[in-house]
Design a protein around this ligand. Structure first.
Ligand code: ZN
Length: 597
């Protein structure tokens, strides 16, 4: 039996996609149609059914209408009146150019099935087909196989595959390359774009080949990078044989912006192995009706982020120095997040639904991103294994073992299985490491782990000149520009602002009786070095107050990895096999990439 949908993609003005569905093999008086409330890879309930209107049903054999009843926010109960085949009709509002979007414009139709094509309750495992009625000069791109023409028709084995196979129709720029013999496609959809096609193909080829090399082969016969060029970014979402990114059309230059694009692409491609195949049991097959919980998102997203960057170095599209700069920048962000002492990586993974995806003003005090800490813990775990095994094992060998044991379709990894596999493969007991940094909240001593690769980690000394003004006073708050006022957004636990009782939403208008607009606030703090007590005039909930605050010393502006002067041959060997490059770490400030003496 097969559930067949037909979508029409010519209503650009009102951004509606008319859908007809034919459900056969029916038995019993009713069946339920259910639309997901979330999309795999994006751990937030968004209730896509709000975009679906006017669901009606009829029996195609005689044209009779049958009743449809809405049972809950995302479920419709359709009467069959004994017929084996029922046809449903509805329309989907589609004007969301997001990574998990459904979008119809005069340029294209982009389909993520979870946003508009319901599954039949109890029949998620059956094949689903999508036929597309779009303007005849549009091309259709999807990783689903084509099984019919006029209109073109595509078939998924089951609903999970349908949801995991976006479809784009229109006139995208279609670039191709082969990586380790596997054809890859880069589809640039949307107008404009300051990318350089040849360079893009070459750099993505190098990154994807490095990843295929790491795992010793590719799980796919074809892969697509869907890239939607837009005015604002929306990140990217991994799929079974593709990924879908929304990226600024002019975000491919300067080079630093281009590296962000490559890092996102590299991250999403790593998901081909990690998350799309190696995955916690709850992440496939999916329950689309509610939140699903796993403690392993740190390994799915943080480890993927780590390898996303690492594969850029190993593939030769960025330098070891750049990688170490990025890693130091991430460690700096971690060290500036008070919530690292409160919530463990496992907890922040588990609570993604209400935490990372629903941040609020206290989030940085209560929690830590499983992307950020997951990346750093993966880096430290890699160096710990390499150091303690004299480079015989690494996180690479752990990932390869996970791939061999859990990479097959339908075979999820248990919540408690990561640690024993890692310990076994590495040949060392990693339980203390996991207890400290993954289930616990112990501070990470990055310098201790960096030593394994002949590096040090620490604050980057500020460059000071004799005529410099010195360091500004620190309040321990984040603020934004609200109509030229300083509006406090977050107050850090343990900081001077918290001690003085500053609160989110405070609008600071004057320092020591002098009016201070947003653009002058940092200058005002420069006149109040650590230990100075200043009077802040501020509006709190519309009421003027004076709050005395004694400023503190600012945390380091940056952190960095540098070469150890006493790096041993064994440590240099770790560095070289880790980064796939000769021992050329940043020697000292401003000396990035120069070979060590
Ligand atoms: Zn990801």
């Amino acid at each position: 039996m097969t559930i067949r949908y037909t979508l029409t993609g010519d209503r650009a003005n009102d951004h509606r996609v008319p859908v007809t569905g034919e459900i056969d093999g029916l038995q019993g008086p009713t069946f339920d149609l259910v639309l997901p409330v979330w999309v795999p890879g994006s751990y937030v309930v968004l209730d896509y059914s709000k975009n679906l209107d006017g669901l009606t049903a009829r029996i195609p054999a005689d044209g009779r209408s049958v009743p449809v009843e809405r049972i809950d926010k995302s479920r419709w109960r359709v009467a069959t009146e004994g017929a084996p085949v029922v046809e449903v009709q509805f329309s989907v509002y589609a004007y969301q150019m997001l990574t998990e979007g459904m979008d119809v414009t005069s340029d294209h139709l982009f389909v993520n099935a979870a946003l508009g094509l319901p599954y039949v309750e109890g029949r998620k495992d059956e094949p689903y087909e999508v036929a597309l009625r779009v303007p005849s000069d549009w091309k259709i791109y999807t990783e689903l196989p084509e099984v019919g023409t006029s209109p073109p028709r595509y078939r998924a084995h089951d609903y999970d595959e349908l949801v995991d196979s976006p479809i784009d129709c229109g006139h995208p720029v279609d670039l191709g390359f082969h990586a380790a013999g596997v054809p890859h496609r880069i589809l640039l959809c949307g107008r404009g774009g300051n990318y350089e096609a040849h360079r893009l193909q070459e750099d993505l080829r190098k990154i994807t080949e490095a990843q295929i090399r790491l795992f010793g082969g590719s799980p796919v016969r074809h892969y697509t990078f869907f890239v939607h060029l837009n005015d604002i970014p929306d990140g990217a979402l991994e799929h079974l044989n593709s990924n879908s990114a929304v990226y600024p059309r002019n975000g491919f230059r300067p080079h630093s912006d281009y590296l962000k694009f490559l890092a996102t692409a590299s991250h999403e491609y790593f998901h081909l192995y990690n998350v799309k195949r190696i995955h916690p049991k709850v992440l496939g097959p999916f329950d689309y009706t509610k939140e699903v919980y796993t403690k392993l998102l740190w390994a799915m997203e943080g480890t993927t982020d780590y390898y996303g960057y690492l594969m850029m170095v190993r593939g030769g599209v960025t330098s070891p120095t750049k990688f170490l700069e990025t890693a130091a920048g991430e460690a700096h962000r971690y060290l500036a997040t008070p919530g690292r002492h409160v919530r463990s990586l496992e907890e922040s993974s588990y609570l993604a639904w209400i935490d990372l995806y629903k941040p609020m003003e206290e989030t940085r005090n209560r929690s830590i991103s499983y992307y950020l800490k997951g990346l750093l813990v993966s880096l430290c775990l890699d160096l710990e294994i390499r150091g303690r095994t004299e480079n015989r094992a690494s996180l690479d060998t752990v990932m390869q073992a996970l791939w061999t044991r859990f990479g097959q379709p339908g075979k999820g990894i248990g919540e408690e299985e990561f640690l024993p596999v890692a310990s076994e493969v590495a040949g060392i007991d990693l339980a203390p490491f996991f207890a400290r940094y993954i289930s616990g909240v112990e501070e990470i001593d990055f310098d201790q782990f960096a030593r394994h690769a002949g590096l040090t980690f620490g604050p980057k000394p500020a460059k000071t000149e004799p005529e410099d003004d010195g360091e500004p006073g620190w309040l321990g708050v984040e603020y934004e520009n609200k109509e030229s006022l300083v509006r406090v957004t977050t107050v850090y636990d343990g900081g001077p602002g918290r001690r003085a009782g500053l609160s989110p939403g405070d609008e600071i208008v004057a320092v020591d009786q002098v009016r201070v607009p947003h653009e002058k606030f940092s200058t005002a703090l420069l006149r109040a070095p650590a230990g100075t007590t200043i009077d802040l005039a501020l509006f709190r909930r519309g009421w003027l107050l004076h709050v005395p605050v004694t400023t503190g010393a600012p945390p380091p502006e940056k952190h960095q990895f540098r070469a150890r002067e006493d790096a041993t041959l064994a440590q240099k060997a770790v560095y070289e096999s880790w980064l796939g490059a000769k021992w050329t770490p940043p020697e000292k400030t401003g000396d990035a990439g120069k070979p060590a003496a």
